[in-house]
Ligand binder design. Sequence first.
Ligand code: SAM
Length: 330
Amino acid sequence: MTVSKLLEKLSLKLWSDAQQRQAFIQALIDPQPFHPCILWVTERSHQSCFQTIPPLSWQPSCVDRLAVDDRPGKHPLHQQGAYYCLDFSSVFAATTLTAVSSTPQVVLDLCAAPGGKSLLAWRLLHPHLLLSNEVIGKRVGRLISNLKRCQVHPVQVLSADPRSLADHMAQVADVVLVDAPCTGQSLLAKGEAAPGCFHPVSIQHNAKRQRRILANAAELVVPGGYIAYMTCAFSEAEDERVCAWFLRKFPEFEPQHVSLLQDFQSHLTDMPCYRMWPQSRLGAGAFTILFRKRPENVRWSKTDRRSSHPQPNPWLQTHYRWRSHRNKEK
Ligand code: SAM
C-alpha cells in the first residue's frame, strides 16, 4: 500500500525514531483487527458468554476485552442492554475521569453521539445527573436509543451548540466531557475511511473548532470542576497545541496528572496528557487530558448546589428529555 506524503510528513513530526515512525505508518496503512471491547452497564454476571483477555492495570473493572473473533454486538445480551460495544481507545480516553476527586452532581457530555463516553462517565463517576448533548440533530436518535437500551438514568439528552449552552447555563456541570470532533486519523487503524484527515486545511479547521468548544466548556464548568478533553486524532495541532492554547487563554485551569495513565504520557510535551498509539495494538489511538478549574470564588455552597440539581435550568425543558420520552412509553 502506498504511503501518502501527508502521512509521512505527520509521522516525521511525531516520531524522531525511524522504527517507531515505521510502526506508526504501518498500523494506519495495514489495519489489523483489535480485540473487541465491551462496557458492562449491568453487573457482570455473564462472563462465560465470552473469552476475556486478562485486564491491563489501568483498565476499569466494568470493561472487558474479548477474543478477536468474538462478536459481542450480535449476542442477545447486547440488545437487552447488558453492555455497550466500544473501541478500547475510548476506554483509554475516558480513564482520565478516574482522577476526578469526588462524585459529581452533574456531568455534561458536550459531544455525545453515539454515547460511548456518556456511558463511560455514568459508569465511572455515578453522577446525580448526566446531560448528554449532541449538536447534530440526525445523530441524536442513535444517542437516545443507546442510552435507553442501556437504561442510563437520570439523564437528559440535549441538542444544542455548546455556545448556546454556555450562554444559557454557565457553570452548570462539575465535569464537562469534550470528546471533540476531529480529523479522525485513528479511524484508519480500524480500516475505516477518514477522507482528508492528514490535510493541513482539515487539521486547522478541526483545531479551530476544538478551541471554540473548549472555550465554551470553560464557561460551563463550576470552579473546582473538571474538563476532560479527548480526540481520536494524532496531529499535535489538534491535541497538545489545542491544550497549550487553552491553558494560555484560561489560566484558571490546570492539567491533572492521571496516575493510572502515567505510562502513556505524550512524548511531545511535558504537560500531563496521554496518548494511545495504534502501533501499541491496544486500540486505534486516542489523545486525552483532564483539566481542573481552580476552586477559588466558588459560587454555590453545597446546599445551594443540591437544591439546584438535578432540577434543570428551565431552558433545558425546551430540548430533548429522554426521561420524559421514557415516562410517556410506560
Ligand atoms: N463521544 C462520542 C462517543 O463516545 O460515542 C463520540 C463523539 S464524536 C468524536 C464527536 C461528536 O461531536 C460528533 O457526534 C459530532 O456530531 C459532534 N460535533 C460536531 N461538531 C460539533 C460542534 N461544533 N460542537 C459540538 N459537537 C460537535
